[in-house]
Design a protein around this ligand. Structure first.
Ligand code: SF4
Length: 291
């Protein structure tokens, strides 16, 4: 232990300055594939390499559905590879968080309204307790969530604390696609939390089922079981993206803009994946989803 402390002091490893300052340290984020305009004669063959249907041709361009991207890097290689955009502030308020706050659906791009709906309020500015539920996670997203407590990210300095009981929790972080074995536990955890409560879904599996769902064993994401207020794409998302979600939940950062940009995916023909349409049991009844 003593050796570890002296080693840390000697190498000047310090806690990040984020969110006061953006963190550009190497390796803090893989970035995200960016869409592109299709040049004349470009068939957009890179779309066929995507295993989850996250890439789609729309009009004269290729768009990326961040909710489905599992960061496999298949689109990052080859002559027709996509460029990747840097950054990590990916957390976005969901349309459902707007509806449950009694607001009308915001127009595309007006994510500020969604951000206001999702905030917990001033009383939670510096003391927020978080319960984490593993709903069938492979371990990757859970590992990134755990990093928030290490000396580099040090979420405690921002007033974020982990709690082992949902009865003390203001925010529920869920990782994994929502397996049938975890469905009841997830519903019970949500019901046990006092209001106001917010739910953050972390990772592609929690957002869309990823490569696992919907299937005979799991849902197509957490929001088919409980309401989700903030979504964090990525597979896994880096700790900064999860920290950004917590800041959005407490009104200390703006929601990302990708949700409106990728809302088209559900309505575009041919985007359904094998297994979609599989009959799933309903999640919480409507009267409980709005609490
Ligand atoms: S990195 Fe994402 S968008 Fe690119 S091929 Fe893999 S899943 Fe599809």
């Amino acid at each position: 232990m003593t050796k570890w402390v002296w080693s840390g002091l000697a190498t000047r490893v310090r806690t990040t300055r984020y969110p006061a300052r953006q963190d550009g340290s190497g390796g803090v984020s893989p970035g995200f594939p960016a869409g592109r305009v299709l040049a004349p004669g470009d068939p957009g063959a890179v779309v066929e390499r995507c295993p989850t249907g996250a890439l789609q041709r729309r009009g004269g361009r290729i768009d990326v559905d961040q909710r489905r991207c599992v960061h496999c890097y298949r689109c990052a290689h080859g002559e027709d590879a996509l460029d990747w955009a840097p950054g990590y502030e990916w957390a976005a308020a969901t349309a459902e968080s707007v509806r449950t706050a009694g607001m009308t659906q915001p127009a595309a791009g007006s994510e500020r309204a969604a951000g206001q709906a999702v905030r917990l309020g001033r009383a939670f500015a510096r003391s927020v307790h978080i319960r984490v539920v593993d709903a069938g996670d492979c371990g990757a997203c859970l590992h990134e969530v755990k990093q928030l407590a290490n000396p580099y990210y040090n979420a405690h300095r921002l007033g974020f604390f982990f709690t082992p009981t949902p009865r003390h929790a203001d925010i529920l972080i869920v990782v994994g696609p929502g397996t049938d074995q975890m469905r009841t536990a997830l519903e019970k955890t949500y019901r046990a939390m006092p209001a106001p409560r917010r739910v953050i879904a972390v990772g592609a599996c929690a957002l869309s089922g990823g490569v696992f769902g919907p299937s005979f064993a799991c849902a197509d994401g957490v929001r088919s079981i409980i309401p989700v207020d903030i979504e964090v794409p990525g597979n896994p998302p880096p700790p900064f993206a999860i920290l950004h979600a917590l800041l959005v939940a407490t009104g200390r950062a703006a929601s990302a803009d990708w949700a409106a940009a990728t809302a088209w995916a559900a309505s575009v023909e041919g985007t359904a994946l094998p297994g979609q349409g599989y009959a799933r049991p309903d999640g919480l009844p409507p009267e409980e989803r709005g609490a």
